[in-house]
Every structure is written in C-alpha cells, then in structure tokens.
Design a protein around this ligand. Structure first.
Ligand SMILES: Cc1cc2nc3c(=O)[nH]c(=O)nc-3n(C[C@H](O)[C@H](O)[C@H](O)COP(=O)(O)OP(=O)(O)OC[C@H]3O[C@@H](n4cnc5c(N)ncnc54)[C@H](O)[C@@H]3O)c2cc1C
Length: 509
C-alpha cells in the first residue's frame, strides 16, 4: 500500500556487478510510481573486474527480469557452463568433475549415490570402479565438449542437464546498466567523499560527492565493494574473519587469447599455495591464481600464473587482496550491503554473484518502509548469515578433504580444525555416505557427493536400506542409466556449434 511510509528514494552505491544487478531488479520490482532508484558510481575508482563464472540460479534471475538468455550471452560474450573440473585437489594427478544437476536416478526413495556406493564397492573388489560422474549427464556432456539446452519435454537423462554461464564481467555490468536505466533507474557519476547521517536515528541520509552534489535517500544499498563504504566505513558494522579456515587472501587475474573453441566448464587447478581458475569465454580465456600471501609473494604468484597461460596475455595481471569472511550484519540501520561489501568467500564454486542475487531476492521479499521494522532486518540478516555459512563450509570441504601434504599450505589446510557444522557433515558422509541438508541450502546432495567423493572421501559403508533392493536388478538399472547418459550426450552438438547455431557466437573464421 502506498502511503506516507512508502520509501521514495533508494540509493545504490556502486556500479559493479552487485550494484547493477540490484538497480536492475529494484527498478523492475519497485515500479510503484513513487519509489525511485538512483545508482551512484565512480568510473575513476572502477570495479573489481572479475567474477565471470556463475551457477544455475542465475537463469531464474534472468527470467525474473524478463531477460532473453541469447541476448544476454551475445552482449556479454558469454558461454555455457556445465560444472567445474577440479584438477590436483584430492591428490596430485587426480581430477574430478562437480556437475550441475544430479547423478543418475534415485530408486525406491534411495539416493542414487547410495546405489552407486554398493556397486562401486563390488567393482573395486573386482579391480575397477567407474566414477560417479559417468552417471551425471552434465559431466558426461562437459567431458565430450558438447552442449544443448534441454527442451522442456526432453526425455531422461537429457532433462537432467543443468547449466549456468561464463561471461565478461565488464560487459555484464554494462548490459545490466542498459536494462536498469530502461526500467527507470537514474545513474549518477561521481566519487563519494563524505556521508551525511541523520542526527537522531544515525541513519545514512545522503552521499556527498567530490563536486559538492548530494544524493539523498531513505534506503541505501551498499555495493561499494570490499571497502563497504557505508556498511563498514560509515556504520562500523564489523566483519567475521574466516582466514583461519580459508587462508587464501590474494588473487591475480589475467585474460589471455583462447587456444581453441571455448569448453562448457570452468577448471580449477590446485597449485602449491592455492589454486588457479580457467574460464573460457567467446573472445578470451579468463585466468586467475588465488593464493595465500603467508606462503607465496605476489611476484612469485605472478610468474607462476603467467608461466601456465595457454595464450598471449591480453592485459597486465590485476592484483586483488581480500579477507574471507562476512559482514556481521548484512543489513544495518537503513543500509543493506550486497556483493563484496557484504563479505567474500573465495570464488572456488562461483558463488558470489549468486549471493548477490539471493540478497536482492530477500531484500525485495522483505522490502522495508520508512519505519524500518527491525524484524524485517533481522530476518534478512539471518538468511544471509546462513547462506554465507553454507557456502563457507562447502568451500572449506575442498581443502580439508585433500590428501595433499606436499607444501606447508596443503599440510595446514588438511590438518586444520573445521567449523562444527562441516565436521558433522564430513563424519556422516565418511560413515555411510549420508548427506542431510536444510531446505534453503544452496548446494544439493549431488554437489556434496561429487566433491566429497571427488576429493577422495570414500564412505566406509552405504546405508543399510540399500540392502533391501535386489542387487542384480539395481546393477542392471545402473548399467541402463550409464548407457543412456552416454547415448544422450552423443546426440548433442559441440558447445561451439551450439553457440554459433543459436546466434550467440559469431561464425568461425
Ligand atoms: C579474484 C576474484 C574472483 C572472483 N570470481 C568470481 C566468480 O567466478 N563468480 C562469482 O560469482 N563471483 C566471483 N567473484 C566475486 C565477484 O567479482 C563479485 O561478487 C562481483 O563482481 C560483485 O562485486 P561488487 O559489485 O560488489 O564490487 P565492485 O566490482 O568492486 O564494485 C564496487 C563499485 O563501487 C564503486 N565505488 C566504490 N567506492 C566509491 C566511491 N567512493 N564513490 C563512488 N563509487 C564508489 C566502484 O566505482 C564500483 O562501481 C570473484 C571475486 C574475486 C575477488
């Protein structure tokens, strides 16, 4: 109901991915005729310039905004992503795939991976066990470099194929800017040099720009990046530091020429003191080294990264510093922080942009009025804390469940204590391969299974309920699913052909 309490002015500070995602969604969903959205950004300061791999829920964000997927991919030089290939994580020389979507099919209420565990135990005894990824259509398609969006009525197993995107971060922000401005948002170019606060409530009242202008508002969305200009520099909200679990605190990013047509997956390769990403776009390869400064200096990291590039570098490496953790309250007073201003867990599972999206959805669901009900704020903060902690635990699993000990870095993460929530999960998985999730959690059972098994965390046993299923029949069903997966993937075009055929990528040559 529009009344005297309705918020008139929302000010978004920052024009990176978070700022423009927020401005685009808020302009679209607050189109009530009275609430205005203004975004302030400074070209002089610029954006973080990374963040190019995503996870499947971004499809929903596009749908919510009515964005056509092909238009978005053309505008951002985007490609499809079926999951992440992890190289050298469990042990040197090992690789595994974390696919989007399920492995196989559950039978009679029993999770597929439990059936696989029984079959794998017997196969191991017989001398060889196929990997569980062979039953995930997204993983099989990625390995074959094939892709097509599944039709809504696609038969199994093609309908289980899930995807996300890789895109050029700068082009994505520009794309969303056009969208947001088209939906009514106003952009103000300028550097914020001071923040005016209300003397009574302490709420942020206005941003003062270097040229003396003021941008006033009632609700401020802080998307100013790591510094958190409003949430931290102004409101001193506090930050929970997770470096004792996630010691990587530096990153170097450098694009290089594409050596061949883009593959439909991200690769994360473990390195002696961190890990390296490889993200194929239409026009270039994104590369980056995430490392711990306690073990490796910036010059050595740069040399290591440059020595592994598959093509000519297209820019000087960009250096970034961060502290893994989260803002103690993502929403404080009349400031809601999103993106890097609200916290950061390293990009190993491409979760940051999703956390922005989830924050926006929750902000819209709990959108305040001028009275700022503390219950709404607390609900938002609880939700964001839970999301950040779920992501944190999942990322820590990749380090804790390593068998590597070849450098002090790997030795430290392998032997560290982990959060109690993760310790419990790992213990349940190690026993009988059990995974229990809360409904709101981001990562599904197949994700925990893919990474747990991929890292070499083989459960000692399977669930007793599996023994109630006829072993011969289950083995036949598994063989059928395995063959169906391979046969379905063989019908798909190559990823590059699909991009070209759909008019997303220019024809070769
Ligand atoms: C190494 C690395 C790799 C990453 N990889 C991924 C990935 O693969 N997938 C993923 O989902 N996420 C990834 N992320 C995270 C992702 O990059 C961010 O979540 C996303 O880009 C959002 O950033 P942001 O908009 O919060 O901040 P920024 O891009 O830093 O934007 C901050 C904005 O605030 C403005 N600003 C700041 N101060 C002022 C001021 N005083 N006055 C005016 N304007 C100001 C800046 O000009 C800029 O517009 C990665 C992050 C890092 C560090």
């Amino acid at each position: 109901m529009i009344n005297e309490h309705t918020i008139r002015d929302v000010v978004v500070l920052g024009g990176g991915t978070a700022g423009w995602m927020a401005a685009a969604a808020l302009s679209r969903f607050l189109g009530n005729g009275v609430t205005r959205v203004t975004l302030v950004e400074s070209e002089e300061i610029g954006t973080v310039g990374v963040g190019e791999a995503t996870i499947p829920p971004l499809i929903t964000f596009n749908q919510m905004l009515g964005i056509d997927e092909n238009t978005f991919l053309r505008a951002t030089a985007g490609t499809f992503k079926l999951g992440i290939e992890f190289v050298d994580w469990g042990a040197l020389g090992e690789r595994y795939f974390h696919p989007f979507g399920p492995h196989g099919r559950d039978l009679q209420g029993i999770h597929f991976h439990q059936l696989w565990l029984r079959a794998a135990r017997h196969a191991r005894e017989a001398g060889g066990a196929p990997t569980i990824a062979d039953w995930a259509v997204s993983a099989v398609a990625a390995a074959a470099n094939r892709f097509a969006r599944p039709a809504p009525d696609a038969p199994a197993p093609l309908r289980d194929l899930r995807y996300a995107f890789h895109f050029d971060a700068a082009r994505y922000a520009a794309f969303l800017r056009r969208y947001a401005e088209g939906a009514g948002a106003t952009r103000v170019e300028g550097r914020v040099v001071a923040v005016r606060r209300d003397g009574g409530s302490g709420h942020v009242a206005a941003l003062r720009l270097a040229d003396g202008r003021e941008v006033a508002g009632e609700l401020f969305v802080d998307c100013s990046g790591f510094r958190g200009l409003l949430i931290e520099e102004t409101l001193a909200t506090g930050y929970e530091d997770w470096r004792h679990w996630l010691p990587c605190d530096r990153a170097l990013a450098v694009p290089c020429a594409l050596p061949r047509d883009p593959e439909p997956y991200t690769r994360a390769t473990a390195r002696p003191f961190g890990w390296q990403w490889r993200i194929p776009l239409q026009h270039r390869l994104g590369n980056g080294y995430v490392y711990a400064s306690r073990y490796l200096d910036d010059e050595a990291a740069e040399a290591a990264l440059l020595s592994t590039l598959e093509g000519e570098p297209q820019a000087a490496p960009r250096r970034l510093s961060f502290v893994a953790g989260r803002r103690l309250s993502a929403w404080n007073a009349n400031v809601v922080s999103l993106g890097l201003a609200s916290g950061f867990v390293e990009p190993l599972e491409s979760t940051s942009i999703h956390l922005v999206q989830a924050g926006i959805a929750k902000l819209i669901a709990l959108f305040p009025d001028r009275r700022f009900d503390p219950e709404e704020r607390d609900e938002f903060n609880r939700h964001m804390r839970d999301l950040f902690e779920d992501v944190r635990d999942f990322i820590i699993l990749h380090y804790k469940a390593t068998r590597r000990g070849d450098t002090p870095f790997w030795d430290a993460v392998r032997t560290m204590n982990v959060p109690e929530t993760l310790r419990r999960r790992m213990a349940l998985f190690a026993g009988k391969g059990r995974v229990f999730r809360d409904t709101a959690e981001l990562f599904t059972t197949p994700s925990w299974v893919a990474v747990g098994l991929g890292q070499g965390l083989m459960p000692a046993d399977y669930e007793p309920a599996v023994d109630a299923l006829d072993e011969v029949k289950v083995a036949a069903a598994l063989r059928q699913m395995h063959a169906a997966c391979a046969a379905a993937v063989a019908t798909l075009p190559t990823h590059a052909d699909y991009l070209r055929r759909s008019g997303i990528m220019a024809p070769a040559g």
